[in-house]
Design a protein around this ligand. Structure first.
Ligand code: 5GP
Ligand code: MN
Length: 331
């Protein structure tokens, strides 16, 4: 992979740029796509922001979100956008499998692919890019990219709001270890550029439905198991729970973190039974490596302290297998 600086020459004349991210996008995924899109528009490029699947409601306020194509809903439009594009930016993922149903389309594209991402072990699909697992978020890396291009002065309130969203959500509101001084310097710069941070917190964290809050109460009371001697917590959500509570995309966001707020718990797992299979999320505090754990046992990956995976077994079998592994590894 060539350095990200080397792709700047490709951007000297107006381009049509396909910008995409991972399936089930989160705040960092959509924040980075739209932050980069607004920057490219200011530079005179045409942009096609694309999400492989639906964008959750808590991000509906993001400026320009209505211009994002959802591949699952409008595959033909996305195929046409890709045909018309001269460059492809891949943000917040480093393995084409993470775009799920869009994988074949992306893999067959011949335009240069440019990676900006902070997950471990990038796959060798990208002509240009930057992969840095020490970065708090892809949004921080978009900020760095704009600065590298010499365009700090183009960052405005709109770009700032998009980028702030990803940094805030990926750092757990500036508390995880990846929140280095560079992150605080970036946010200070965004605030100098008219960023209004409080409304963004409210949009993302104070925008629950009553149903979502009741679902959280039910899950914490009925579906969370704590294993103090293993320093671990497990939350399991069956398809029936999702149906009974009419759970929407985004409603399970953040659930996996709850066990780690219990004293002595340093490893938390969420297992969800979804229509398209079993999805797992892993979080840790300190030096238990959940990236390796997800890779070795559940065909996944991510970061040292936050990762995800999947299972092709049934929900019940997955829970049993997980518990067996847990008792063997003693996190
Ligand atoms: P989450 O638990 O929020 O879905 O994901 C946590 C982190 O792990 C994210 O950075 C995400 O990109 C990564 N991740 C989640 N699921 C998978 C997966 O199935 N495979 C890989 N390689 N990474 C994943
Ligand atoms: Mn991210």
């Amino acid at each position: 992979m060539n350095a990200i600086q080397d792709c700047l020459s490709l951007l000297q004349s107006p381009q049509s740029i396909f910008i995409t991210t991972h399936h089930k996008p989160d705040g960092d995924a959509i924040g980075s796509v739209m932050g980069l899109a607004h920057y490219f528009i200011k530079k005179g490029h045409r942009v096609f922001p694309v999400s492989p699947s639906e964008v959750p409601d808590f991000l509906s306020w993001i400026p320009g979100l209505e211009t994002v194509y959802n591949y699952e809903a409008e595959p033909k439009k996305v195929e046409q956008a890709l045909d018309e594009s001269s460059l492809i930016f891949c943000l917040d993922f480093n393995d084409l499998g993470r775009v799920r149903t869009m994988e074949t389309l992306l893999a067959s594209a011949t335009q240069p692919k440019i990676l900006i991402d902070h997950h471990l072990f990038p796959k060798p699909y990208f002509e240009y890019g930057v992969s840095d697992a020490s970065k708090s978020s892809t949004c921080e890396m978009i900020y760095d990219f704009i600065n590298t291009a010499g365009d700090n002065a183009l960052i405005d309130e709109t770009i700032g709001a998009c980028l702030y969203t990803g940094v805030m959500t990926d750092t757990g509101s500036f508390r995880f270890p990846a929140t280095k001084a560079s992150v605080h310097r970036m946010i200070a710069d965004l605030m100098d550029k008219e960023l209004k941070h409080s409304p963004i917190h409210e949009e993302i964290y104070d925008n629950w439905t009553e149903g979502r809050m009741k679902f959280l109460g039910y899950i914490l009371k009925e579906k969370m198991e704590i294993f103090p001697e293993l320093h671990s917590g497990l939350i399991t959500i069956a398809q029936k729970d999702i149906d009974d509570y009419n759970v929407q995309t985004g409603d399970t966001e953040g659930l996996v973190n709850y066990p780690t707020s219990i004293a002595g718990i340093r490893f938390a797992t969420l297992i969800i039974e979804r229509k398209d299979g079993i999805k797992m999320s892993f979080r840790s505090k300190g030096n238990f490596d959940v990236n390796t754990f997800a890779r070795e046992h559940f065909n996944g990956g991510g970061h040292f302290n936050a990762s995800g995976g999947q299972s092709s077994q049934s929900f019940t079998e997955t829970i049993l297998r997980f518990k067996k592994i847990l008792s063997e590894i003693h996190p």
